[in-house]
Ligand binder design. Sequence first.
Ligand code: MG
Length: 157
Amino acid sequence: MRIGQGSDIHRLEDGRPLIIGGVTVPSAKGAVGHSDADALTHAVTDAILGAIADGDIGSHFSDRDERWKGADSFVFLREAAGLMRGMGFEIANVDSTISLESPKLRPFIDEMRANLASVLGTSVENVSIKAKTGEGVDAVGEGRAIRVEAVVLLRPV
Ligand code: MG
């Protein structure tokens, strides 16, 4: 078995799309980034790369590379999952926490889980996504950022 951890943070700005786990969440503010700024997908990608000790999302997909400008972050996740399989591993489970002041994410969580499970080649039961606010504290609580933490456990196929 191998364990990996990932985290990500993106600034929020008015008028940007808010894409989380491949779901476009209706929101006045969205995340700013070189790609589509999907913080959940970035954190899970980094967790997988961490579990196989193969660098990080920045070393595989530079934010200075024009190819990844506005990119669908599932491209990154799919690549990481391919590297994982190449090493003879599959997902045992994923757990993650999204910290976002608003909007409430509960109505969108199951679609996010299904999206991640599909790309990772695992079942929805193996993908946990939790959501919480920042309780008015720090950049998340002030509505200026979205933060995600993720852990994955891999098992040999
Ligand atoms: Mg990111």
